[in-house]
Design a protein around this ligand. Structure first.
Ligand code: PHE
Length: 445
């Protein structure tokens, strides 16, 4: 059982906001958001996405932070503390975090590979296939990325995660602004912006809504207890409501900015999304532009930073679980979880061409795709649904609101809204998504 030592806390509210925004801002914002937007009707998708962020994402974000701060525990301890029978939702979150980290780390590792490629002037758009099917490079970069993640988490909440966020998040913003300015000066900018922002109503369908909702939850790191864990380090006198708004706002800003970065460079609508957007199409454009080698280097640095602040949060969930529930030291917990993650990541890294048996396991999907479907889609969505149901129908909205009111005395006015969105609107939307994902076998987020 847990030792009676006091809980670690963030050094400041702003430090928490940077760390949680770091978790939220990741490959999902900079790489996935632009092409999903493009595939789903441009401006109209952005509008629906914004509505999903405010109406569904924000209430669930506040729910996770509140559960975390109230219990001051990892997801297993947190659910178990309020209702022992709900502990399994916490376990699902811990497992999901490790599973997502294992394949997210593979793609995150590519950013390191592309920083090296850019710096050495080796920007061949056709080299992507050879790169992802090279076993030594895939495993090597995965390992380096996991080790970087482990070294941040090993330093703890304030000295590791918060300090990293204080350095990297301003750098991320700076890089982003610089790259946007460079992109807007290109001759392709006007055409790209038109595709990004022009609302194409022909594309509007039920699927557009589901994709927007899926993107919103994944992008906000909801559904697996990352925000419960980060919330567990928030001080009692901090304002949970404004913290949730700040994190959600920051994440959304970066996603919208990513569109302003990618589309002016690409200059046309994307025919293909997925990995090829960033690692092939962008490379073609960098090749054609003056100073493209260095623009490319900075672009992949930006992507790597965004990914690292997310992988750190994925690792912290299982680490906090080991520390709280098994009384293990932080260093040892990081080593154990890091090893498990790497073991799971290796087959994912080898499933993109290196080992044919791993490239097509079921329905043409390889190991990495299957992991993303099971954990990045089914499990996250299910976890978000359970979080809503748990808070409203098990813990009780007024108990939760009492926790929010500490540090935010005026919250009483908003409790009814919170109850409606968390108790009805969000569960209905999320359950619809879950059915769609399971019936079609297709991932959304
Ligand atoms: N939000 C991250 C991104 O957009 C991914 C993530 C999901 C991180 C769940 C932590 C937990 O890339």
């Amino acid at each position: 059982m847990s030792a009676p030592q006091s809980r670690a806390h963030w050094g400041s509210k702003f430090g928490f906001v940077l760390a949680a925004a770091g978790s939220a801002i990741g490959l999902g914002n900079i790489w996935r958001f632009p092409y999903v937007t493009n595939e789903n009707g441009g401006g109209i998708f952005v509008l629906i996405y914004l509505a999903a962020i405010v109406l569904l994402g924000l209430p669930v974000m506040l729910a996770e932070l509140t559960i975390g701060r109230h219990t001051e525990k990892n997801p297993v301890g947190a659910f178990g503390h309020i209702a022992p029978k709900w502990k399994w939702v916490g376990y699902l979150g811990v497992i999901t975090g490790v599973a997502i980290l294992s394949y997210y780390g593979v793609v995150a590792g590519w950013t390191l590979g592309y920083i090296v490629k850019s710096a050495s002037g080796d920007l061949d758009p056709k080299a992507f296939g050879a790169f992802i099917s090279n076993p030594a490079q895939q495993i090597g970069y995965l390992l380096v990325f996991i080790l970087m993640t482990m070294s941040v988490v090993a330093f703890g909440v304030q000295k590791g995660i918060e300090r990293m966020a204080q350095v990297l998040m301003p750098l991320l913003l700076l890089l982003m602004v610089a790259l946007i300015i460079r992109g807007l000066t290109l001759p392709t900018a006007a055409a790209g912006l038109k595709f990004y922002l022009y609302p194409d109503f022909d594309h509007l369908s039920a699927k557009t809504f589901l994709f927007a909702i899926g993107q919103a939850f994944f992008s906000l790191s909801l559904g697996m207890g990352a925000m419960i864990t980060y919330g567990s380090y928030i001080k009692k006198d901090d304002n949970l409501a404004t913290s949730a708004i700040a994190v959600v706002g920051f994440d959304t800003l970066i996603a919208i900015m990513a569109g302003f970065l990618i589309f002016p460079v690409i200059g046309h609508s994307l025919t293909k999304g997925g990995p090829t957007l960033v690692f092939v199409t962008m490379i073609e454009q960098f090749n054609a532009m003056a100073g493209g080698q260095w623009v490319s280097c900075l672009f992949f640095l930006l992507l790597g930073i965004a990914a690292l602040t997310s992988t750190v949060s994925l690792l912290e969930v299982a680490t906090a679980y080991m520390i709280d529930e098994h009384n293990v030291s932080r260093g040892k917990a990081v080593l154990i979880i890091g090893a498990v993650t790497t073991a799971l990541g290796v087959p994912a890294a080898l499933s993109l061409g290196a080992v044919p048996a791993l490239s097509s396991i079921a329905g043409g999907k390889g190991f990495l795709d299957i992991m993303d479907f099971l954990f990045g889609n089914v499990s996250l969505t299910f976890g978000a649904l359970m979080t809503c149901v748990f808070l409203v129908y098990r813990w009780g909205i007024y108990n939760a609101a009492t926790e929010v009111k500490e540090g935010c005395p005026t919250f009483g006015k908003y409790v009814l809204f919170w109850r409606i969105f968390l108790g009805y609107v969000a569960p209905a939307a999320i359950a619809t998504m879950l059915v769609y994902i399971l019936v079609t076998g297709q991932g959304l987020g």
